[in-house]
Design a protein around this ligand. Structure first.
Ligand code: NAG
Ligand code: NAG
Length: 244
């Protein structure tokens, strides 16, 4: 990605992060419509995509992860996955996945591929098989606008906690980990890491380590931050945000 493109995304996201802090609601965090091509109404692809969406809505909530494809003919087959955050209940997962699937169809009505993220889930589909590989294309950052007082120590401890959680997520059957670390007398740092479960343990770790290495691009010395991609995501805050 060119640096000018990157900086425009960062600027866009700064405005977005401001909106988040003002209105924090349950709406989508972000989405991308893929440029892999369009489909037309009543085409075989649309038929397969609709069946895929029903399949994922049904398959995802019990375990928090759903993966599937519908179709037999190449270029008319729809591949998709849905992932709920590891601490989300089956009923909140169901609500999020069903909301995500209808919202993404409105936001990207003709695109063969699309991805959308919420606090509680992620939803993605495409007309090619993207399973078992790290998504290097779709990524965004979010951060808290507040600066910490000692960025050097804070950044170091954040990296240390998230690296530990990257290891833990990669060997966890749910590919999810949360944890915390003392930051001094009274403050605590809270972290979360998660991968889509089609990744191998090695690729999950690789995806999260890459995300950690991107923290300086968004979140240097910030009280909270997220690096969110199509295959893995991480988050840290100085307040507890994981559901019990
Ligand atoms: C897909 O549809 C959009 C919106 O109608 C259009 O702007 C775009 O050029 C189309 N892309 C292709 C590859 O046909
Ligand atoms: C945080 O630090 C950056 C860089 O030093 C500065 O531009 C920004 O205004 C600070 N933000 C706040 C909320 O103080």
């Amino acid at each position: 990605m060119s640096s000018s493109k990157l900086s425009s995304i960062v600027i866009l996201l700064t405005a977005f992060a401001l909106l988040q802090t003002c209105f924090g609601d349950d709406g989508p965090l972000f989405h991308f419509c893929s440029n892999s091509g369009n489909f037309t109404a009543h085409s075989p692809y649309e038929f397969n995509l609709k069946r895929l969406i029903s399949l994922l809505n049904y398959k995802t909530p019990p375990t928090g992860f759903g993966l599937g494809s519908v179709g037999t003919v190449q270029s008319q087959t729809a591949y998709g996955l849905a992932l709920c955050r590891g601490d989300v209940s089956a009923s909140d997962c169901k609500t999020c996945v069903s909301e995500a699937s209808s919202e993404i169809r409105k936001l990207c009505p003709h695109n063969k591929g699309a991805i959308i993220w919420y606090d509680n889930c992620m939803y993605k589909y495409l007309d090619t098989d993207f399973f078992h590989q790290i998504d290097e294309t779709n990524k965004f950052y979010m951060w808290n606008l507040k600066n910490v007082s000692d960025p050097t120590t804070f950044n170091y401890k954040t990296k240390e906690l998230l690296s530990q959680l990257a290891k833990e997520a990669s060997v966890n059957p749910k590919m999810f980990a949360t944890g915390e670390k003392k930051l001094g007398e009274s403050e605590t740092l809270y972290g979360l890491t998660q991968c889509t479960r089609d990744l191998s343990s090695i690729d999950c770790k690789k995806c999260l380590d890459e995300a950690i290495s991107e923290l300086p691009n968004c979140c240097d010395g910030k009280e909270g931050g997220r690096v969110v991609g199509g295959s893995c995501n991480l988050r840290y805050e100085i307040y507890p945000f994981v559901k019990q």
